[in-house]
Each structure stands twice: as structure tokens, then as C-alpha cells.
Write a protein that binds this ligand. Structure first.
Ligand code: DON
Length: 578
């Protein structure tokens, strides 16, 4: 079963997704066919570690650490390098979230999510019949929110970094200016997306050689992007949100009904937010609050699972899988009803992550039978209590950064800002364009996530840090749209319940259920055929293991003073450290 059969659609991205799924299926096959399982690419060290989707970007971060930079310096340098070396999700034109844990015990999060332009309005993606116009919501200039990454990264650097802007931006500028040799992964992605890039001359100029696909082994240079990065290095946020870069963005908008104005750009601000914090079996879980749904749902699911001994049931066993699916079903139903931008709607976070609420929400759990998603609805409580990429960084002092960033779909709306060399996001589709109508990840939303000017669209990105006695033991997160939260859930459970080392926790096949569509999807090897039959007999629907692939969780495990960087074998990527 593919994503489409599952009710999800990656419109316009099918070839890339198919390629990704084939790669996943093959990798998972390798893992499970080998006598000694081939786990994630791992590297151990004690000086510092970066695990990201790009070996080049990881090396940039590790070099910064080796020069004496801290984890924040390295994270900012890695993020800018990803904008050059992993353009499908690394970005200047998108946004993301960062969880920062400092050696002094401070834990905070930064939200650099895109916001809806001032001219956006609730029904902007509805056609004359009142239906969602998917092309407009995803493949247009109107699909772009006001980018947040640059403001966020610079603010994080100023607040918690130790190096200068010029120092952390220098490697990205060099990579863009001098270029780097394309590997099979990137050359393949560019070729697969060529048809989309052809619609926009600036995109075609960046991602092809005069319309011909690049081949692996060829040098790829991005002079316009190098100039944009240089302006950011010279002028700080004004080098992006004002002056020439802002003019180029607005000029691009005017080429095709885009909404972003100079006022939108100048007014963008990242927000430092209190992390979502909870405990699971005595470990501290720190994750991203709204406008991400990730941290809330992660805690809600862990709370529902905590009373059960998943470790004793075992990885891949019917009881463990049944429990996880039922927790996922209930948490994702709550997402649709309650989650949105906390600056616009009152999100009942405390209720949703309360352990008592989880008990109540799970009270109708039947160990023998699957629940019916249509009968589940959202939970309630007594009135009075009223293509993304993740990377992980740690330094020798114990500072840790967990960051997930995105253009939404791979290569965003595929529109490169002419003259500025970077892609724009299509994050507006993460809003609920119409109540109870699925977005590109099949996610449903309601009023809490309706479009409004300056509002942030709800996200599933779940950068997370797990701590024991105040020290990080796991830094994790993932891309994968709606599947992100379940990926993080399973990496955490694999470590804390199943006692896996980080590389095995990351590599092990995973499952996904998101309430609606009422389907269980799983990667090959996540369960045996016999267990799948058992779950079917309990009433679980849609169980099919072929062709399903889920995001790469580039993580770091920490124990006894040793860092283990794990690059997910589901995709190319790399760890770098010492
Ligand atoms: O913020 C979100 O939840 C989505 N825009 C993330 C998109 C994503 O993970 C795509 N990657 N595979």
C-alpha cells in the first residue's frame, strides 16, 4: 500500500516519494535479511557530535565544535549548511523548531515557524464550489508563509552562541560559492523534481544545467544563494528581511499573486517558548510546544502507555503494537480538535499532557479489540480545569540542540526566489483550509488551525530531548509530516522500554496510525505476518507492510560521557564528531 492508498497525498512529489519508499524498503530489507543487522551509520566520540541528513552539513557543525564553538554555534552553522547542501528541506525560505538544553540546566525552545502573510484569510484556498484547491495550497506563491528560519537562527546565535555571525555563516557561504560534488542522492532528487522546477526559470537555473539534469560526481555551485548568505552575514536579519533580499522576495511574489510583502518580512519574529515537559518512567521528556502538535501528542501518548509494561510485551509484539496504535488514534483525534497557534487560540496543553487525562482518555481501551476511529472523537475534561529535516547536536560541555526545519514538502513550492537563490516554503497547507478536510498529510483540523493573518500553521515537528537526572541521554526528531510524532514516540520507546542502543532504536522498523484515515501502516519488519494477522483479528484496519516508509530520525544517544551519533539508514546522511 502506498501513501495514496492510505488516503495521503504527496501531490506533485510522487516520484520522489516512490524513490524514498523504494530506498526505505530496500534498506529495511537489508536490515532484516542480514545475519548481523546493519544499523544506522554511527560514530562515537566525547568531544562533540552532529547527526544530520547531510554528511557535508554534519561536518560543518563538527568543525565548528572542533574550533571551540558550542552546540548552538554548531546547530546554527549546520542549519545554514543544510540550506546549501540539503535544499529539499534545509532552508532560508522556510521555518522550524529548536529545543535547546544547556549544560546549566536551562531548557528552552525556539519557534521559527512561518506565519501567514497579513493578506491571508480563512478561505483563501477554497474554490468557487467551496472545495480546497490543492494546487493553490501547495504549488503556488500563495502557499508560502513568511519565512522564519533566518531570524530564528540568528536570534539563537545571539542568545546562546559564542561565535560571531560571520564565523558560523562562513562555511555555508563557501559551500554555496565554491560548490560541492553532488552525490547520487541529491542528483537523483534534482532529476526527479525537474518537471516541477521547469515551471520557474530561477528554479530550473539552480537545479539543472540549462535544463539538463545534473549527474552524481558533478560540481554544484549556487552563486545567488552565496550572495544572499553573504548579505545575512554582513547585515544580520536585515540582510534577509529588509533591503535587497526582501525586495527580491516581494518581486517574486508579484510575479504570481503571492501575498508576502515588505511589511510581512520586516514584522517577522521568532518566539522563545516554554518547552513541553513531562516524565515517562522517571525520565524527563522535553519537546516542542504549540504551534507544534508534536510535544503535546508525544507526552499524551507516552502517558497513555506508561501503565503498561511494553518492555515485557516486547518490540513488534501484538500487545505493544495494539497499545501504540490505540494511543496514536486517540492523540491524533485530539490534535484535530484542539491544536493550533497558541498566540491565536487557547490550546489546553496542561489538560492534554496531564497523566490523569491520559488514564481517562484510555479508559475505553480494550486489550482484545481495535477501537473505531469514527466513534473516538476528541477527548474532553471537566470545565473547571478548563520534506523537513531533523538534526541533533551535542558539545563536550553537555549543551544539546534538537532541531527540525522544513519547507513543508520536499523543495517546498519549488519556487526559487529569482536572484536570491533559495526556495520558498509551501507551509500554508499545514493550516486547515476547510474544517474536517484532509491536508496533504491526510491530517484533519478545525477552527483552532484555521488560517488568519500572522498566525502560525500547526506543525507535527517534534524535536525532543530525553533526560535522566538532568542530563541528556537522547536527542531525537524526524521529518515525515504526520508520521513525525509517531516516529519520535517509537525511538523513545525503543530506548526506554525495549532497552535498545540509539542506532538500533533509530533503525528499527516503525508503525503509524493517525486516527483518520483509520489505517495502520507499517514498515517491513515492524511486525511478523502472524502478528499482523493477530491485529487484523482484533479489528485493526489497513494493515499492510509493503512500500511504507517513514522519516529519518538522525539522533544522538549519550551515556557514560560518550556520544553516539546515529544517522538513520532510511536515507543518506551523516554523522560527524570527535
Ligand atoms: O510542520 C509540519 O508538520 C510539516 N510541514 C512537516 C513536513 C514534513 O515533515 C515533510 N517531510 N517529509
Amino acid at each position: 500500500m502506498g501513501w495514496h492508498d492510505a488516503g495521503l497525498s504527496f501531490s506533485g512529489q510522487e516520484t520522489q516519494v516512490k524513490r524514498f519508499l523504494t530506498l526505505c524498503a530496500f534498506t529495511v530489507y537489508l536490515i532484516h535479511s542480514a545475519l548481523a543487522p546493519a544499523y544506522a551509520e554511527t560514530l562515537q566520540g566525547q568531544g562533540g557530535m552532529v547527526s544530520s541528513r547531510s554528511d557535508i552539513a554534519s561536518q560543518v557543525g563538527a568543525d565548528i565544535l572542533a574550533q571551540g564553538g558550542n552546540a548552538i554555534d554548531a546547530a546554527v552553522a549546520t542549519a545554514f549548511a543544510l540550506a546549501v547542501a540539503y535544499p529539499s528541506a534545509g532552508n532560508l525560505g522556510g521555518g522550524g523548531f529548536m529545543v535547546v538544553a544547556l549544560a546549566d540546566g536551562t531548557v528552552t525552545t525556539q519557534d521559527n515557524r512561518e506565519v501567514a502573510p497579513l493578506a491571508a484569510h480563512r478561505d483563501m484556498f477554497l474554490d468557487a464550489q467551496g472545495n480546497v484547491d490543492r494546487r493553490l495550497a501547495l504549488n503556488s506563491l500563495q502557499a508560502s508563509g513568511v519565512p522564519g528560519s533566518v531570524a530564528g537562527l540568528l536570534d539563537a546565535l545571539e542568545r546562546y552562541g559564542s561565535m560571531s555571525r560571520q564565523e558560523v555563516l562562513a562555511p555555508a557561504i563557501k559551500l554555496a560559492r565554491e560548490g560541492f560534488v553532488l552525490n547520487e542522492d541529491l542528483a537523483g532528487q534534482f532529476a526527479d523534481n525537474l518537471a516541477g522546477f521547469r515551471q520557474y526559470p530561477a528554479s530550473l537555473a539552480v537545479f539543472s544545467k540549462n535544463g539538463e539534469p545534473y549527474r552524481a560526481g558533478e560540481l554544484w555551485q549556487q552563486p545567488d544563494l552565496a550572495d544572499t548568505l553573504q548579505r545575512i552575514s554582513d547585515e544580520g536579519r536585515d540582510g534577509f528581511y529588509k533591503g535587497k533580499t526582501a525586495e527580491l522576495i516581494v518581486a517574486e511574489m508579484q510575479r504570481g499573486n503571492g501575498l508576502i510583502t515588505q511589511e510581512d518580512l520586516a514584522g517577522y519574529e521568532p518566539v522563545w517558548r516554554e518547552p513541553i515537559h513531562g516524565t515517562y518512567r522517571g525520565y524527563d521528556i522535553w519537546s516542542m510546544p504549540p504551534p507544534s502538535s508534536g510535544g503535546v501528542l508525544l507526552l499524551e501518548m507516552l502517558n497513555m502507555l506508561e501503565p503498561y509494561d511494553l518492555g515485557a510485551f516486547g518490540y513488534g509484539s501484538a500487545p505493544t503494537l495494539h497499545l501504540m496504535i490505540e494511543a496514536q488514534r486517540r492523540a491524533y483525534a485530539d490534535r484535530a480538535e484542539y491544536l493550533g497557534d497558541p498566540d491565536f487560540v487557547a490550546v489546553p496543553v496542561a489538560n492534554l499532557i496531564d497523566k490523569q487525562y491520559a488514564l481517562q482518555r484510555f479508559a475505553d481501551f480494550d486489550p482484545e479489540r481495535a477501537s473505531d476511529s469514527n466513534a473516538i472523537g476528541a477527548g474532553n475534561w471537566a470545565e473547571e480545569s478548563l520534506e523537513t529535516t531533523h538534526f541533533s547536536v551535542v558539545d563536550a560541555a553537555g549543551n544539546a540542540v534538537s532541531m527540525t526545519t522544513t519547507l513543508n514538502q520536499g523543495y517546498g513550492n519549488r519556487i526559487v526566489v529569482t536572484g536570491a537563490g533559495f526556495l520558498l516554503n509551501n507551509e500554508m497547507d499545514d493550516f486547515s483550509s476547510k474544517p474536517d478536510t484532509p491536508n496533504s498529510y491526510g491530517l484533519i483540523g478545525r477552527d483552532a488551525n484555521a488560517i488568519a493573518p500572522r498566525k502560525r500553521m500547526l506543525s507535527s515537528m517534534t524535536p525532543t530531548i530525553v533526560m535522566q537526572n538532568g542530563k541528556p541521554i537522547l536527542i531525537t526528531g524526524s521529518p515525515g509530516g504526520s508520521t513525525i510524532i509517531n516516529t519520535v514516540l517509537q525511538v523513545v520507546i525503543n530506548v526506554l522500554d525495549h532497552g535498545m542502543e540509539v542506532e538500533q532504536a533509530v533503525a528499527s522498523p516503525r508503525i503509524h496510525h493517525q486516527w483518520l484515515p483509520d489505517n495502520v501502516r507499517y514498515e517491513t519488519g515492524a511486525m511478523s505476518d502472524a502478528v499482523a494477522d493477530e491485529l487484523r483479528a482484533m479489528g485493526h484496519k489497513g494493515l499492510s507492510g509493503s512500500g511504507f516508509g517513514i522519516g529519518d530520525a538522525n539522533s544522538i544517544g549519550l551515556g557514560n560521557g560518550v556520544f553516539t551519533g546515529a544517522s538513520d539508514p532510511r536515507s543518506a546522511g551523516g554523522v560527524a564528531g570527535f
